[in-house]
Design a protein. Sequence first.
Length: 297
Amino acid sequence: MTTRCGLVAIVGAPNAGKSTLVNRMAGTKVTIVSPKPQTTRFRIRAVIMRDAAQIILVDTPGIFAPRRRLDRAMVAAAWGGAQDADLALLVVDARAGLTDAVRKIVEGLAKSRRPVWLALNKTDLIPAPRLLPLTAELNALLPFAETFMISAEKGDGIDRLEAALAAAMPPGPYLFPEDDLTDLPNRMLAAEIVREQILRQTHQEVPHHASVETEQWTENEDGSVRVDCTIYVSRATQKAILIGEKGSRIRAIGQSARIELTKLLDRTVHLFLNVKEREGWDEERARIRAIGLDDAG
Protein backbone atom coordinates (compact mmCIF):
# COMPACT_ATOMS: atom_id res chain seq x y z
CA MET A 1 0.00 0.00 0.00
CA THR A 2 1.37 3.41 -0.98
CA THR A 3 1.12 5.86 1.88
CA ARG A 4 0.80 9.62 1.43
CA CYS A 5 1.67 12.36 3.88
CA GLY A 6 1.74 16.14 3.73
CA LEU A 7 1.18 19.42 5.56
CA VAL A 8 -1.82 21.63 4.84
CA ALA A 9 -1.72 25.20 6.19
CA ILE A 10 -5.15 26.58 7.09
CA VAL A 11 -4.88 30.34 6.53
CA GLY A 12 -7.33 33.22 6.55
CA ALA A 13 -8.47 36.40 8.22
CA PRO A 14 -9.45 36.37 11.92
CA ASN A 15 -12.82 34.71 12.56
CA ALA A 16 -13.02 32.93 9.18
CA GLY A 17 -13.68 29.63 10.99
CA LYS A 18 -10.23 28.05 10.64
CA SER A 19 -10.10 26.48 14.10
CA THR A 20 -13.68 25.20 13.77
CA LEU A 21 -12.67 23.53 10.49
CA VAL A 22 -9.57 21.90 12.06
CA ASN A 23 -11.62 20.59 15.00
CA ARG A 24 -14.36 19.32 12.66
CA MET A 25 -11.86 17.41 10.50
CA ALA A 26 -9.98 16.04 13.52
CA GLY A 27 -13.26 14.87 15.07
CA THR A 28 -12.18 16.28 18.43
CA LYS A 29 -10.94 19.51 19.95
CA VAL A 30 -7.29 20.17 19.14
CA THR A 31 -7.48 23.95 18.87
CA ILE A 32 -9.50 26.49 20.80
CA VAL A 33 -12.57 28.09 19.28
CA SER A 34 -14.07 31.41 20.23
CA PRO A 35 -16.42 33.90 18.56
CA LYS A 36 -13.74 36.56 19.17
CA PRO A 37 -11.10 37.13 16.47
CA GLN A 38 -7.37 36.34 16.87
CA THR A 39 -8.04 33.32 19.06
CA THR A 40 -5.24 31.10 17.74
CA ARG A 41 -1.80 32.36 18.77
CA PHE A 42 0.49 29.67 17.43
CA ARG A 43 0.54 26.88 14.90
CA ILE A 44 -1.23 23.72 16.04
CA ARG A 45 -0.99 20.54 14.02
CA ALA A 46 -3.92 18.17 13.84
CA VAL A 47 -3.29 14.74 12.34
CA ILE A 48 -6.04 13.34 10.05
CA MET A 49 -5.95 9.77 8.68
CA ARG A 50 -7.88 9.29 5.41
CA ASP A 51 -7.55 6.73 2.57
CA ALA A 52 -3.95 5.65 3.40
CA ALA A 53 -3.01 9.33 3.65
CA GLN A 54 -1.90 11.33 6.67
CA ILE A 55 -3.03 14.95 6.42
CA ILE A 56 -1.26 17.20 8.91
CA LEU A 57 -3.34 20.34 9.37
CA VAL A 58 -1.46 23.42 10.49
CA ASP A 59 -3.93 25.85 12.06
CA THR A 60 -2.40 29.31 11.87
CA PRO A 61 -3.36 32.54 13.63
CA GLY A 62 -5.62 34.87 11.64
CA ILE A 63 -3.61 37.26 9.49
CA PHE A 64 -4.27 40.91 10.40
CA ALA A 65 -2.46 44.26 10.71
CA PRO A 66 -0.06 43.84 13.67
CA ARG A 67 0.48 46.54 16.31
CA ARG A 68 2.12 44.89 19.33
CA ARG A 69 5.16 42.60 19.45
CA LEU A 70 2.71 39.77 20.20
CA ASP A 71 0.70 40.65 17.06
CA ARG A 72 3.84 40.61 14.92
CA ALA A 73 4.79 37.17 16.28
CA MET A 74 1.28 35.84 15.54
CA VAL A 75 1.32 37.11 11.94
CA ALA A 76 4.84 35.72 11.39
CA ALA A 77 3.63 32.32 12.66
CA ALA A 78 0.72 32.40 10.19
CA TRP A 79 2.90 33.19 7.17
CA GLY A 80 5.51 30.68 8.38
CA GLY A 81 2.81 28.00 8.46
CA ALA A 82 1.82 28.80 4.88
CA GLN A 83 5.44 28.65 3.63
CA ASP A 84 6.24 25.33 5.37
CA ALA A 85 3.22 23.44 4.00
CA ASP A 86 2.76 21.31 0.88
CA LEU A 87 -0.52 23.09 0.23
CA ALA A 88 -2.29 26.18 1.63
CA LEU A 89 -6.06 26.20 2.20
CA LEU A 90 -7.48 29.71 2.33
CA VAL A 91 -10.64 29.81 4.46
CA VAL A 92 -12.92 32.77 3.67
CA ASP A 93 -16.02 33.75 5.63
CA ALA A 94 -18.59 33.76 2.81
CA ARG A 95 -20.80 36.21 4.72
CA ALA A 96 -18.02 38.81 5.07
CA GLY A 97 -16.93 38.26 1.44
CA LEU A 98 -13.87 39.87 -0.14
CA THR A 99 -12.70 42.20 2.64
CA ASP A 100 -9.47 44.23 2.58
CA ALA A 101 -7.95 41.67 4.98
CA VAL A 102 -8.79 38.77 2.61
CA ARG A 103 -7.49 40.75 -0.38
CA LYS A 104 -4.11 41.28 1.36
CA ILE A 105 -3.84 37.58 2.28
CA VAL A 106 -4.60 36.54 -1.31
CA GLU A 107 -1.86 38.92 -2.52
CA GLY A 108 0.58 37.30 -0.06
CA LEU A 109 -0.43 33.77 -1.12
CA ALA A 110 0.00 34.67 -4.79
CA LYS A 111 3.76 35.02 -4.14
CA SER A 112 3.96 31.46 -2.79
CA ARG A 113 5.01 28.58 -5.02
CA ARG A 114 2.77 26.22 -3.08
CA PRO A 115 -0.64 25.21 -4.48
CA VAL A 116 -3.44 27.25 -2.89
CA TRP A 117 -7.01 25.95 -2.46
CA LEU A 118 -10.05 27.99 -1.50
CA ALA A 119 -12.71 27.01 1.05
CA LEU A 120 -15.72 29.31 1.27
CA ASN A 121 -16.97 28.76 4.82
CA LYS A 122 -20.34 29.51 6.49
CA THR A 123 -22.05 28.97 3.12
CA ASP A 124 -25.16 27.78 4.98
CA LEU A 125 -25.67 31.33 6.25
CA ILE A 126 -25.95 33.15 2.91
CA PRO A 127 -28.13 32.72 -0.22
CA ALA A 128 -26.56 30.37 -2.79
CA PRO A 129 -26.68 32.93 -5.68
CA ARG A 130 -24.14 35.08 -3.82
CA LEU A 131 -21.50 32.31 -3.79
CA LEU A 132 -20.61 32.16 -7.49
CA PRO A 133 -19.85 35.90 -7.90
CA LEU A 134 -17.70 35.76 -4.72
CA THR A 135 -15.82 32.70 -6.04
CA ALA A 136 -15.25 34.46 -9.38
CA GLU A 137 -14.04 37.61 -7.62
CA LEU A 138 -11.52 35.66 -5.52
CA ASN A 139 -10.31 33.55 -8.45
CA ALA A 140 -9.72 36.73 -10.46
CA LEU A 141 -7.16 37.76 -7.81
CA LEU A 142 -5.55 34.30 -7.59
CA PRO A 143 -6.60 31.28 -9.68
CA PHE A 144 -7.17 28.65 -6.97
CA ALA A 145 -6.33 25.04 -7.85
CA GLU A 146 -9.55 23.86 -6.12
CA THR A 147 -12.60 25.57 -4.60
CA PHE A 148 -14.90 24.10 -1.92
CA MET A 149 -18.18 25.31 -0.41
CA ILE A 150 -18.30 24.27 3.25
CA SER A 151 -19.86 24.84 6.64
CA ALA A 152 -17.28 23.90 9.26
CA GLU A 153 -19.89 24.41 11.97
CA LYS A 154 -22.43 21.99 10.45
CA GLY A 155 -20.00 19.68 8.62
CA ASP A 156 -21.38 20.42 5.13
CA GLY A 157 -18.86 19.69 2.36
CA ILE A 158 -16.16 18.51 4.78
CA ASP A 159 -16.08 14.91 3.54
CA ARG A 160 -15.43 16.02 -0.05
CA LEU A 161 -12.71 18.45 1.09
CA GLU A 162 -11.02 15.77 3.22
CA ALA A 163 -11.05 13.19 0.38
CA ALA A 164 -9.53 15.73 -2.04
CA LEU A 165 -6.81 16.69 0.46
CA ALA A 166 -5.94 13.00 1.02
CA ALA A 167 -5.57 12.46 -2.74
CA ALA A 168 -3.40 15.58 -3.07
CA MET A 169 -0.86 14.59 -0.40
CA PRO A 170 2.55 13.58 -1.81
CA PRO A 171 3.58 9.90 -1.55
CA GLY A 172 5.72 9.25 1.51
CA PRO A 173 5.86 7.74 5.00
CA TYR A 174 3.69 9.01 7.85
CA LEU A 175 5.32 11.70 10.00
CA PHE A 176 3.26 10.91 13.11
CA PRO A 177 1.96 7.69 14.72
CA GLU A 178 -1.47 6.87 13.27
CA ASP A 179 -3.26 7.35 16.61
CA ASP A 180 -1.77 10.82 17.23
CA LEU A 181 -4.24 13.68 17.06
CA THR A 182 -1.92 16.62 17.59
CA ASP A 183 1.66 17.53 18.43
CA LEU A 184 0.50 20.11 20.96
CA PRO A 185 2.04 19.27 24.38
CA ASN A 186 -0.43 18.72 27.22
CA ARG A 187 0.97 21.67 29.20
CA MET A 188 0.21 23.98 26.28
CA LEU A 189 -3.18 22.38 25.69
CA ALA A 190 -4.10 23.07 29.34
CA ALA A 191 -3.08 26.73 29.00
CA GLU A 192 -5.06 27.08 25.77
CA ILE A 193 -8.22 25.53 27.28
CA VAL A 194 -8.01 27.98 30.20
CA ARG A 195 -7.55 30.86 27.72
CA GLU A 196 -10.57 29.65 25.76
CA GLN A 197 -12.71 29.97 28.88
CA ILE A 198 -11.34 33.47 29.53
CA LEU A 199 -12.36 34.41 25.97
CA ARG A 200 -15.81 32.94 26.48
CA GLN A 201 -16.53 34.23 29.99
CA THR A 202 -15.05 37.74 30.16
CA HIS A 203 -16.05 40.99 28.55
CA GLN A 204 -14.26 42.62 25.62
CA GLU A 205 -11.73 44.36 27.90
CA VAL A 206 -9.83 41.24 28.97
CA PRO A 207 -9.56 38.55 26.24
CA HIS A 208 -6.55 39.63 24.20
CA HIS A 209 -4.77 41.11 27.17
CA ALA A 210 -4.54 37.72 28.87
CA SER A 211 -1.82 35.13 28.54
CA VAL A 212 -1.91 31.72 30.24
CA GLU A 213 1.11 29.61 31.18
CA THR A 214 1.15 26.16 32.74
CA GLU A 215 3.63 26.58 35.59
CA GLN A 216 3.45 23.03 36.93
CA TRP A 217 2.22 19.64 35.77
CA THR A 218 2.22 17.05 38.55
CA GLU A 219 1.41 13.39 37.90
CA ASN A 220 -0.36 11.81 40.89
CA GLU A 221 -0.09 8.16 41.93
CA ASP A 222 -3.84 7.62 41.49
CA GLY A 223 -3.56 8.49 37.75
CA SER A 224 -4.93 11.99 38.15
CA VAL A 225 -2.93 15.12 37.33
CA ARG A 226 -2.53 18.47 39.11
CA VAL A 227 -2.21 21.43 36.72
CA ASP A 228 -1.15 24.87 37.98
CA CYS A 229 -1.70 27.73 35.52
CA THR A 230 -0.89 31.42 35.84
CA ILE A 231 -2.96 34.00 33.95
CA TYR A 232 -1.09 37.21 33.11
CA VAL A 233 -3.03 40.41 32.49
CA SER A 234 -1.85 43.96 31.72
CA ARG A 235 -3.87 45.99 34.23
CA ALA A 236 -5.33 45.80 37.75
CA THR A 237 -8.85 46.37 36.35
CA GLN A 238 -8.47 43.28 34.15
CA LYS A 239 -7.30 41.24 37.14
CA ALA A 240 -10.41 42.35 39.07
CA ILE A 241 -12.71 41.39 36.17
CA LEU A 242 -11.06 37.96 35.88
CA ILE A 243 -11.29 37.19 39.58
CA GLY A 244 -14.87 38.50 39.88
CA GLU A 245 -16.88 39.17 43.01
CA LYS A 246 -15.55 36.97 45.82
CA GLY A 247 -13.65 34.91 43.22
CA SER A 248 -16.81 33.85 41.34
CA ARG A 249 -15.49 34.48 37.81
CA ILE A 250 -12.15 32.71 38.21
CA ARG A 251 -13.94 29.74 39.84
CA ALA A 252 -16.32 29.50 36.86
CA ILE A 253 -13.41 29.71 34.39
CA GLY A 254 -11.50 27.02 36.32
CA GLN A 255 -14.51 24.72 36.59
CA SER A 256 -15.33 24.86 32.85
CA ALA A 257 -11.66 24.43 31.86
CA ARG A 258 -11.28 21.47 34.25
CA ILE A 259 -14.34 19.69 32.80
CA GLU A 260 -13.03 20.25 29.25
CA LEU A 261 -9.51 19.02 30.14
CA THR A 262 -10.82 15.95 31.97
CA LYS A 263 -12.76 15.03 28.82
CA LEU A 264 -9.84 15.68 26.45
CA LEU A 265 -7.20 13.90 28.56
CA ASP A 266 -9.57 11.13 29.69
CA ARG A 267 -8.35 11.39 33.29
CA THR A 268 -9.13 13.33 36.47
CA VAL A 269 -7.67 16.85 36.39
CA HIS A 270 -7.12 19.06 39.46
CA LEU A 271 -6.78 22.59 38.06
CA PHE A 272 -5.44 25.56 40.04
CA LEU A 273 -5.49 29.08 38.59
CA ASN A 274 -3.51 32.12 39.70
CA VAL A 275 -3.95 35.65 38.24
CA LYS A 276 -1.00 38.06 38.04
CA GLU A 277 -0.87 41.62 36.80
CA ARG A 278 2.10 42.18 34.48
CA GLU A 279 2.04 45.40 32.50
CA GLY A 280 3.35 45.13 28.93
CA TRP A 281 3.58 41.31 28.88
CA ASP A 282 2.59 41.37 25.17
CA GLU A 283 5.85 43.22 24.39
CA GLU A 284 8.08 40.82 26.37
CA ARG A 285 10.22 38.38 24.40
CA ALA A 286 10.21 35.75 27.16
CA ARG A 287 6.40 35.76 27.52
CA ILE A 288 5.92 35.51 23.73
CA ARG A 289 8.28 32.53 23.55
CA ALA A 290 6.56 30.93 26.55
CA ILE A 291 3.22 30.80 24.71
CA GLY A 292 4.85 28.96 21.81
CA LEU A 293 5.58 31.80 19.39
CA ASP A 294 8.87 32.89 17.82
CA ASP A 295 9.63 36.52 18.59
CA ALA A 296 9.25 38.39 15.29
CA GLY A 297 10.72 41.60 16.76
